[in-house]
Design a protein around this ligand. Structure first.
Ligand code: ATP
Ligand code: MG
Length: 112
């Protein structure tokens, strides 16, 4: 299993969620965050306002999928969240050692 952590622009959330459920993703965590990337110290436009600082609102997605689905998920996020402007986000991929569905005790792929 893989954990895919992606930051995206907030207005892209609905489109990305639709793309991901469309390819069979059944669950995800969504968090409103602030962060910065390589333009730290410069400005990035968010909803018409210039954030003259380092922290810009983003959405963080955390998605655990079978390793065989990971590339598809990454591709879906990449194509859906891209505007071509700075601050489109980042995608990080980590190995997941174990998963458990609390209700049934199912583990790993069965727990997703
Ligand atoms: N190295 C990093 N480690 C952890 N989080 C990061 C890192 N770089 C970016 N982020 C997170 O991703 C968000 C989006 O970053 P951003 O898309 O601006 O990256 P970037 O490298 O500056 O790319 P771009 O040139 O397109 O702006 C940041 O707000 C931050 O939350
Ligand atoms: Mg940036």
């Amino acid at each position: 299993m893989k954990l895919i952590i992606a930051t995206i622009k907030p207005f892209k959330l609905e489109e990305v969620r639709e793309a991901l459920t469309g390819i069979g993703v059944r669950g995800m965590m969504v968090t409103e965050i602030k962060g910065f990337g390589s333009q730290s110290g410069h400005t990035e436009i968010y909803r018409g306002a210039e954030y003259a600082v380092n922290f810009v609102p983003k959405i963080k997605l955390e998605i655990v999928v079978s390793a065989s689905m990971a590339d598809q998920v990454i591709e879906a996020i990449k194509t859906t969240a891209q505007t071509g402007k700075i601050g489109d986000g980042k995608i990080f991929v980590l190995d997941v050692l174990q998963a458990v569905r609390v209700r049934t005790g199912e583990t790993d792929a069965d727990a997703l």
